[in-house]
Design a protein around this ligand. Structure first.
Ligand code: SIN
Ligand code: CO
Length: 375
């Protein structure tokens, strides 16, 4: 069988999935993913040692104790782990290994801005990150080995936790469902659902496609930052003041003028810019990691161009946001950029259908800057 690029296929119509499961109930999908042979354990371990790559190791099993080692990791750490009960976790692998990011095209039934990244875990027999819940939707894709998933109830911040200072592990988890995931099996979990996955054998590799659910407090901070960066400094002034008979209080008119002056800084255009900038910024910058063009070409000869795994694009009318920066587009450039923003791999025919001289120039610039790679 020829190796293929990673792919996921919902076993039911997307609208049915969204209506019955998305943000609501777990769904186990046996054999829903293929092409998960890259990276292997050695490549993942090598990536975990690279500067700028977020990685951690969790050791423990059963009722604990649990131990967390945060990256950056030293190579010698792997010699000390032993044969059982540890897990290596590497965040945003899709940002660094572009071929893995191509899996994300399989999730195009959801808007791209909603995707966060692909985390990968590699576990020895018995390895687990402990019983916990995540605040985000996640598709847990078994790439190699076997993992037993226990699923519990919906939890929140008030659910009792184990006393570990850094790992937010649940103190007790009633098991409601159990699944054994083998290569190609996919488990969807909505936010808040308790789960506990234990590697049943060594070489247990699991991909987690995680979603971005903006935290409104953080969004507000982004909006405030953008508005302040764009605003001129303007001070309260009161040239028409008349004498007060009550100097002890803040008069209604003064209070209203102060609040209005501050809120006027929240200009609609700056607010929109903050939203687009934030949603088009990748979780991590991995542009210095070269695209493995040989690997991709040998799996799909039709692909002539790929988007680097660390490139995020979001269309906004006549503009596009690329990794947090807005670019104005001409009518001749827009069809190409819309294609580039819609998917991550492009065939000759797809590109030819939207190519103009102005579009070619822009694409050249973005290839030079590493956002796209020709194959
Ligand atoms: C894992 O892959 O071991 C853990 C992923 C998760 O439970 O979210
Ligand atoms: Co989890």
């Amino acid at each position: 069988m020829t190796a293929s690029l990673p792919r996921f296929q919902l076993p039911l119509p997307a609208d049915d999935f969204l209506c019955k499961h998305w943000q609501k109930t777990p769904l186990f999908m046996p054999g829903a993913a293929t092409g998960l042979d890259n990276p292997d354990a050695d490549t993942l371990a090598g990536l975990a040692l690279e500067e700028g790559v977020e990685a951690r190791i969790i050791q423990g099993a059963g009722n604990g104790p649990w131990q967390l080692q945060q990256g950056p990791l030293e190579e010698s750490v792997f010699d000390r782990l032993g044969e059982e009960n540890w897990t290596l976790l590497v965040q945003s692998v899709d940002h660094f290994l572009t071929d893995t990011s191509l899996l994300l095209d399989s999730f195009s039934f959801l808007p791209n801005w909603r995707l966060e990244d692909i985390m990968m875990s590699y576990a020895a027999k018995g390895g687990s990150v402990g019983p916990h819940f995540d605040r985000y939707d996640v598709f847990l894709i078994q790439a190699a080995g076997t993992r037993r998933w226990q699923i519990g109830d919906v939890c929140d911040d008030s659910s009792p936790r184990q006393p570990h200072p850094d790992l937010k592990l649940l103190a007790d988890m009633s098991v409601r469902e159990e699944f054994v995931a083998r290569p190609g099996d996919v488990l969807y979990l909505p936010p808040g659902v308790a789960h506990h996955g234990v590697a049943e054998d060594s070489d247990c590799l699991t991909w987690s496609v995680g979603f971005r659910a903006p935290d409104y407090q953080m969004l507000m901070a982004e909006i405030a930052g953008e508005c302040l960066a764009e605003a001129d400094s303007e001070l309260f002034s009161d040239p028409d003041r008349v004498a007060t008979d009550n100097p002890a209080v803040l008069a209604d008119a003064d209070r209203q003028q102060l609040v209005r002056g501050a809120l006027d800084l929240l200009r609609p255009e700056a607010i929109e810019n903050a939203v687009y900038r934030w949603l088009s910024t990748p979780r991590q910058d991995g542009l210095e990691f070269a695209v493995d063009d040989h690997h991709i070409r040998s799996r799909d000869a039709q692909i002539k161009l790929v988007r680097h795994g660390s490139t995020r694009l979001l269309m906004q009318g006549k503009r596009v946001w690329l990794n947090g920066e807005a670019h104005s587009l001409t009518d001749k450039q827009r069809p190409l950029v819309h294609l580039l923003a819609s998917q991550r791999r492009y065939t000759h025919n797809e590109l030819e259908a939207v190519m103009t001289e102005a579009a070619q120039e822009l694409l050249h610039e973005w290839i030079e800057q590493g956002y796209f790679a020709p194959l």
